[in-house]
Write a protein that binds this ligand. Structure first.
Ligand code: PEP
Ligand code: MG
Length: 584
């Protein structure tokens, strides 16, 4: 059964439609000297028509899905205007006297080789955009109609190597049941589009296009990242039932959107969303998030060749703040390093990158980069309720250093007369064991804590969070983790500050109950998990889970803690936890 990456939740059952790139038969021939001007004109007309096509697609996507999704088409328009690209083609027509189609094809080949030799993978992948633009020009030169998925009459599951932005843009939610691709990851363009359109998708399947015949029946499981080709009648029946359950489960959850995240006995906690960029805020708000509990700003720095300017960052933060207002947005400063790198910002090779020059350590050395970001956050915070959070804090000196930098920036902004929000709250991520142990000291320095359990577990148990060989040791309910969290919550409450959890532990149903019992004040989860977690909170009795958590602190192993918690939970919540659907 082909296994890939669950890119967008949901289940689809239907016929496969294999979307293959159209191969044009292009003849290459020499034109006469006197034909050169005419051929150049033919090329220019094709470029202009391509601009019109792309402009139309951009407008439609902007209207239907928003500006961010449409940005890629602006990038395609830039390629059409790129002198290197266009001149390479015109030179071939003028000097080599090639027909326009052959000139375009040859230029595409040259660009393909150039991109393929780039060291950074994201640059290599960008050739797909140039190719997409080249195809538009060829189609216009050959006067072929644009192939769009919108002409389909039957509802289908699209199977492709990858989907170009113009493919996803032409998809109509009414006739696409879902899609499966050979390549791509959770943050690839097609995955983001699928989530925005709320259609199930599985990407990174390797060779799904060679395993499926046109018209074969497939089951696409966007929750688990699986595709079943030519399923048996038993598998079909099982999935149909599961699909119905998923749909009714989602419907049931939708009722919760406007209800508060409150336990049965009246304890109200915060329930916010984790996002990687402005494009995710609408979904978070729609799903009832009370603000953004973690904005991972490093994504703004990725997939590009230069660092984002202060103004560009300020615009992105402003957008998030305005969309989320009046709720708060916790903007986490740059958390680069570990497994997150930029091709244009070389970090020296390290034996132990997760323990190396990353996050706040990097920012405290490259103060220029850090200052630019802090200035942008302070300026943007006037447009909403922004808070600043520092990642990878290991001790008090680091907090004091960042505070001095922030104070200096505020003074500079005042001197310049640049308006900004003066009283932005600041907090730290508790994700290094040293920070969890000295939480009493840190709590006196900041306004809030957010437990980054992904890293806290990795560092406390010495288990690389991305190494599947040691994954069995990655235990959120290990006594060490429970004791550290207990200490952090107690220290924070003693200083009257609040504690959130923004690591993945906040979206695991059983862990949520235990975290509630330990006194955590806020949960911040992926937008697609919000309703699930709200359901758990609303069906929990706080007093009951407090009692369970207190006893759990005495457990000796993680399996023992798990067994104990499961045994002690009331039937009602047990059913919810066990029947829970992972949102993918
Ligand atoms: C964490 O470490 O738990 C966290 C939320 O941060 P990230 O996953 O971005 O490291
Ligand atoms: Mg982290």
């Amino acid at each position: 059964m082909p296994k890939g990456i669950a890119a967008s939740p949901g289940i689809a059952v239907g016929k496969a439609y294999i979307l293959e790139k159209e191969e044009y038969c292009i003849l290459e021939y020499k034109i006469k000297k006197e034909e050169v001007e005419g051929e150049l004109e033919r090329f220019e007309v094709a470029v202009e028509s391509s601009k019109k096509d792309l402009g139309k697609i951009k407008k439609r996507v902007e209207e239907q899905l928003g500006e961010k999704e449409a940005y890629i088409f602006q990038a395609h328009l830039y390629i059409l205007e790129d002198p290197l690209f266009v001149q390479d083609i015109t030179k071939r027509i003028r000097r080599q006297r090639l027909n326009a189609e052959a000139a375009v094809r040859r230029t595409l080949k040259v660009f393909e080789a150039k991109f393929a030799s780039a060291r950074a993978e994201f640059i290599r992948r960008r050739f797909g955009d140039v190719e997409d633009v080249g195809e538009h020009i060829l189609r216009n030169l050959l006067k072929r109609p644009t192939l769009t998925l919108s002409h389909l009459e039957e509802k289908i599951i699209v199977v492709a190597n990858d989907l170009a932005p113009s493919d996803t843009a032409s998809m109509q939610k009414s006739n696409i049941l879902g899609f499966a691709t050979n390549v791509g990851g959770r943050t690839s363009h097609s995955a983001i589009m699928a989530r925005s359109m709320e259609i199930p998708a599985v990407v990174g399947l390797g060779s799904i296009t060679s395993k499926v015949q046109p018209g074969s029946v497939v089951i696409l499981d966007g929750n688990r990242g699986r595709v079943i080709v030519n399923p048996t009648s038993r598998q079909l029946a099982n999935y149909r039932t599961e699909k119905e359950r998923f749909i009714s489960h989602r419907k049931e959850l939708e009722i919760l959107r406007s209800l508060p995240p409150q336990t049965l006995d009246g304890r109200e906690v915060g329930l916010a969303a984790n996002i990687a960029g402005p494009e995710e805020v609408d979904l978070a708000v729609r799903e009832g998030a009370e603000g953004i509990g973690l904005y991972r700003t490093e994504y703004l720095y990725m997939n590009r060749s230069t660092l984002p300017s202060e103004d560009e960052q300020m615009e992105a933060y402003k957008k998030v703040l305005e969309k989320a207002a009046p709720s708060s947005v916790i903007i986490r400063t740059l958390d680069l390093g570990g497994d997150k790198f930029l091709s244009h910002f070389p970090v020296p090779a390290e034996i132990n990158p997760f323990m190396g020059w990353r996050a706040i350590r990097l920012c405290l050395e490259r103060v220029d980069i850090f200052e630019t970001q802090l200035r942008a956050i302070l300026r943007a915070s006037r447009f909403g309720n922004g808070k600043i959070m520092y990642p990878m804090i290991s001790g008090v000196e680091e907090v004091r250093k960042v505070r001095r930098i922030l104070t200096g920036i505020k003074e500079k902004l005042k001197r310049e007369g640049t308006p900004f929000a003066e009283n932005v709250e600041t907090g730290v991520m508790i994700e290094i064991p040293s920070a969890a142990i000295i939480a009493d000291l840190l709590a006196k320095e900041v306004d809030f804590f957010s437990l980054g359990t992904n890293d806290l577990i990795q560092y406390s148990l010495a288990v690389d969070r991305v190494n599947e060989k040691v994954a069995y040791l990655y235990q959120p309910l290990h006594p060490t983790i429970l004791r550290l969290i207990d200490n952090v919550v107690k220290c924070a409450h003693r200083e009257n500050i609040w504690v959130g959890v923004c690591g993945e532990m906040a979206s695991d149903p059983l862990s949520v109950l235990i975290l509630l019992g330990l006194g955590v004040d806020e949960f911040s989860v992926a937008p697609t998990s919000l309703l699930e977690i709200k359901k758990i909170i609303r069906n929990t009795n706080w007093e009951e889970v407090q009692g369970i958590a207190a006893k759990l602190l005495k457990s000796k192993t993680s399996p023992e803690a798990k067994r104990f918690a499961e045994r002690r939970l009331s039937q009602r919540i047990k059913r919810i936890v066990q029947g829970n659907y992972s949102a993918g």
